[in-house]
Every structure is written in C-alpha cells, then in structure tokens.
Write a protein that binds this ligand. Sequence first.
Ligand code: F0G
Length: 456
Amino acid sequence: MPLMEPYRIKVVEPIPILTRAEREAAMARAGYNPFNLRADEITIDLLSDSGTNALSSAQQAAGMLGDETYAGARSFFRFRKVVEDLTGYPHIMPVHQGRAAERILFGAVLKPGDLSISNTHFDTTRANVQLSGGTAVDLPCAEAGNLDSRDPFKGNIDLAALEAALAGPDPVGQVIMTVTNNGGGGQPVSMANLAAATELCRAHGVPCFLDAARFAENAWLVIQREEGWSDKTPHEVARAAFDLADGAVASLKKDAIAHMGAFLAIRDEALAKQCELVLTATEGFRTYGGLAGRDLEMLATGMEEVVDPDYLRSREDATRYLGELINTVGVSIVEPAGIHALYLNAGRLLPHLPPHRFPGHALATELYLAGGIRCAELGSLYLGEEDAEGNLVKAAPYELVRLAIPRRVYTQSHLEYVAEILGEIAKDPTSVPGYRVVESPPLLRHFNCRVEPVRD
Ligand code: F0G
C-alpha cells in the first residue's frame, strides 16, 4: 500500500513561516540554544515526540466525559481497566508524567549504593536513580556501537554483561528495560532479549521493570522484525512484554498520543503500598495522581488507539520514508530507522568540526537557520565533560542530532520539507560554523547554556 496517513484533518493550526533574517535574529536572542526559541518562531518542531501529539476526535469527546470527582472518579476506573488489560499488573497508579513514576518507584526499590542496570537509562531515569542514591549503569548490546549496521534490535541489553553485573560484588537494586531505547538511537528491544534479561533477573532475585513510554511502537517493530511474532497484534505483543516484567513506568505523553500523564504499574502488593503512600503525598490521591478526570479519559482512549496496526504501520512508514530521503540527500542516520525519531550522524556530515566545536549542535542550529526546523543535539554539548575552565575533556561517543516526530501532527509534505532543508545544508557542509559555550549552568547544560558561532 502506498504511504498514507490513516486519518483526515478536521482542526488545523497555522505554522509560522519566518524569513532567514527573522530566524537569525531569533537564534541570536536565544543564545543559539534551540530550547530558548519561542513556538511562534518555529516552522517544524522536532524537539520532542513527548506531549506534542495530536488528539483524535474520540479523545476530545472522551475528555468531555471526564469525571472530576476528587476520589473514586469514574474516569480513573476506566483508565485503570485499560492499563490493566494492557499490562496485566494489579496495582496501577496514575501520575502526572513519567519522571514522577520513576521517582516514586526508584525511591521505594533502590537503597543507597545500589546499581540500576539498563539497556540505556533515559536522562530523567538516570537522574532519578541518582536522586535515590543509586548508580545508573548502561549495558547496551554490542550491535548498538555500529551506527551504520542494520541489525533489527540494536536497542537490546548486553546479556553477558548483565549476567556478570548481577553476579558481581556490587548490589543490583533493579534492572530497567527501556522500550524502545530512546537514549540508544530509538532502536527496539526484541522479545527474546527481554525474556532472557528478565530470566536472569529472576535467577538473581532482582526486580526488572519496563520503561514502557513507547510500548506500542516497540511491539510494532517486534511484529515487523522478530521471528515468531508476525501474526500477533500490537496489543498482544505489548502484553507479552509486560508479562515478562515485575512492573512498569510509562510516560503516556508518547504512546497514549496525549499531552500529559503517565502510569506506575506493579505486580507486588507490598511495593505498591509503599509507592501509594508517596503517590498520595507528592502527586495526588491514588485515583487521580496529579491528573484531571478528562486527562485520564483521553489517555485511556489514546492507549486504545495507539495499538491500531494501520496507525502504527503509517507511523513506521513515515519515519522510514524520511530516513530514506535523508540518506538520498547525503546525510547518514543511525540505522535502521526506528519509529519515534531519526538520529542524524552530524559528526560524519561535518568532519571539519571537532567535538569541542559541537558538530551536532552546529547541525541542529543550521536546520533552524535554514528552514525553521527545531531539533536537539545528542552529542558533546549534551554528553561531553568539561574541566573547570570550560574546556571539553571528554567527547560524547557520537555527535548526533535527534529529529523526534510528534504523533499525527506532521504530514508527508512536512517531512519532505525537512529532508529538502537538510539537503541544502549537505550541499555545502563546510560553511556550517562551530560553536563555543559562553554561559553554562552547573546542571543540565544543554537546556540552559548559551553558545556562539566561531569559525576557526
Ligand atoms: N523514559 C523515556 C524512555 C523517555 O523518553 C522519557 C521522556 C521519560 C522516561 C520521561 O517521561 O517526560 O513524561 O517525565 N522523553 C522525552 C523525550 C522528554 O523527548 O524523549 P516524562
């Protein structure tokens, strides 16, 4: 079937189209940090696929049915039923977003000095492990180290390394399997890898949780790529993944195709009771957890919609199509294309820029200057380490740029526009300047720093 979005549009929002001079002024004002741009300065926003999705008419209608009763709202019971059917877990807590679920769960599970092991911790996940006194250790599979290889499951965990860590001298408090692996090029995790990892955890008495923000997208890629799963529905595959684990945190700002919300879902009753206490103290009573009744309704409907094979097929097709266009204009991506985002290999496109001139940031900035496209660097500005004088002393392993694709928001022609702008940049890459940091806060530098272009 040719590419086609399986929905039509009934509400539209104009997108700003600026001149190059206006974009240059906006970027200068923003300290050349895309996080400081304002929405009315952005033409295509690929900064995040989180909370940036388009609601369906069914979700809007469900929102109108939202029950705003303080405790015991009808909307909670509907939400709980949908999450129960999806996960099979008996204890389900709504929270306002994924990182709240992480904070509550890790606070209950981890003891100071514990290791948390993952295929790759997302950055808030890592931060919440650290806030709970733990140490986050990423053990991505070896295939993930080759950006160009087309292995189908580069999001997997390294099973031999996991086994060694579980048998090692340091206590392991938990294992977190991130599906799909956002910090690892958006690559999926296979069911075989998940089964083997959870078995190792069981053998060592260590709980294994899913970070299931993109549960449906991972399930879809399993159906497409893994032997033995092609005749299953996305709901069945997602359920089989949850069945393997002891619980899950899931930011629903992604695969519930909504704007806000998450869940914490757990099998063990004693652990759930402990989490519920903190939930009530910090998020809200267990039947709303920081969300309005209308949010719970829209999330429930979104979780039903996201497992539609026609929707998932079109999303995978659109991302792959953009990946192919990008390859055609001469830019490399982390292969193979995933589903929620593409990761551009900026280091390869801009070899004239060393890591301390931040090639990923340079490409992200250029995409905005050339076409009003906003996206984020995942390279040495984000992951590098500096000395006291601000000199880069440790570069990131790769200089990448993430193009995250909001759900149901952009059409095929928007994606073609992105590839075209990238093609213009790729025609003359040496004209792209590097950057140096002029102002850097002590924490979460990439969100708040200011940089300036340099040509040296
Ligand atoms: N886990 C993963 C894998 C995520 O991608 C995110 C958020 C979170 C947890 C945290 O969830 O934002 O609801 O608190 N990722 C967004 C992104 C921000 O752009 O990738 P949250």
